[in-house]
Design a protein around this ligand. Structure first.
Ligand SMILES: [Zn+2]
Length: 120
């Protein structure tokens, strides 16, 4: 699973954050993932759980906000959300096809919720 390095990096960020703030653990890590970021959330979650075993992130919940991939028409410039298996411009009579844009390639940690309840 190629999500493992990404999951390990997220874990690193969360553990650093927890340490910086003197927290016992992280309760939630909220990610932003574009449809074209190249990672599957479910795999990422499994990798994260495996990597976080025995750390302050062992029971951390991973949540995600997905960004649909957007295309831009090569004829009329319309930006539109990509439909499965189609790159066609939705504008009637245009007939152009969409070129991938950077919208949908997002992949970052938006926020981390920390807890200091002494249950370590
Ligand atoms: Zn068009």
């Amino acid at each position: 699973m190629h999500e493992f390095p990404a999951a390990a990096r997220i874990l690193e960020i969360a553990l650093e954050k927890a340490q910086e703030n003197g927290a016992d653990r992280a309760t939630e890590i909220h990610l932003v993932m574009g449809d074209r970021c190249g990672y599957l959330f479910e795999s990422l979650k499994l990798c994260f759980e495996a990597a976080a075993m025995g750390t302050a992130c062992e029971k951390t919940e991973l949540t995600v906000e997905r960004i649909p991939a957007q295309l831009q028409c090569d004829r009329c410039g319309t930006r539109f959300v990509k439909k499965p298996f189609s790159f066609d411009c939705p504008k009637e009579g245009c007939g152009g096809s969409g070129i991938p844009t950077d919208t949908g390639r997002e992949f970052y940690v938006k926020y981390i919720e920390l807890s200091n309840d002494g249950s370590k």
